[in-house]
Write a protein that binds this ligand. Structure first.
Ligand SMILES: CSCCC(=O)C(=O)COP(=O)(O)O
Ligand SMILES: [Zn+2]
Length: 208
């Protein structure tokens, strides 16, 4: 069982995140999925296929940390396991966001297979929790896209268990995943990624 008041707060943060991300063009055409932790065993997550700019309370449901629906007949996001694996790995994570921006999609296709996106020298790296200086390096893995979400969830679990300080990942030709202790942290991470991905794309354009 989960606390209804905590669920309502989590669901509201998901709804507001959807408006913000859709308005910026980062969650077009029903793409993307969002979640917020309710407690140690439950998260509020978007129902599959819903328009992310027009979310209402019945577009958000509860799943447990194995992705099973709790007190709902709805189908949770097709990518639910990509969320729950992060909540299980990081007990202090309070929100996970997945977006489909043009920049994340294009850049993920330009990183050679087997390589990660390396971000270094940017002052804005400090927007990520725990990063104190531009001098460090962020390693953003790019996983191949697949419809086998359990397999992809296991790949991400293995990678982030070994690289626990890294703030997110790309799925090739698909989009971005990031997380944070709070929904505000997580939204800041999305914004930081969008800025840094644009910088990387612009650098490739002027210095091919
Ligand atoms: C129309 S986007 C294809 C599915 C996807 O990648 C996505 O992010 C949305 O899936 P969901 O089941 O969470 O609505
Ligand atoms: Zn997606």
């Amino acid at each position: 069982m989960f606390d209804v008041t905590r669920y309502a707060t989590a669901a509201q943060s998901v709804i507001e995140a959807g408006r913000f991300l859709y308005d910026r063009g980062w969650s077009p055409a029903t793409s993307s999925n969002y979640s917020a932790r309710i407690d140690a065993e439950h998260v509020a997550i978007t129902v599959s296929g819903r328009h992310k700019g027009k979310l209402a309370t019945d577009d958000v449901m509860v799943v447990d940390l194995h992705g099973r629906a709790v007190q709902s007949q709805c189908k949770s996001s097709a990518e639910t396991l990509l969320h729950t694996v992060i909540y299980r790995l990081f007990p202090d994570v309070g929100a996970v966001l997945h977006t489909h921006s043009v920049k994340a999609t294009v850049l993920s296709r330009l990183v050679p297979p087997g390589e990660a996106l390396e971000l270094e020298g940017y002052e804005l790296q400090k927007a990520f929790n725990g990063v104190q200086t531009h001098e460090g390096r962020l390693t953003i893995p790019v996983f191949d896209n697949t419809q086998d979400i359990p397999a992809l969830a296991e790949q991400t679990r293995l990678w982030f268990d070994e690289h626990r300080a890294q703030p997110g990942y790309l799925i090739r030709g698909h989009g971005l995943y990031t997380w944070g202790q709070t929904m505000d942290d997580c939204l800041r991470h999305i914004e930081a990624f969008e800025f840094l991905l644009e910088c990387e794309l612009e650098t490739m354009r002027v210095r091919p």
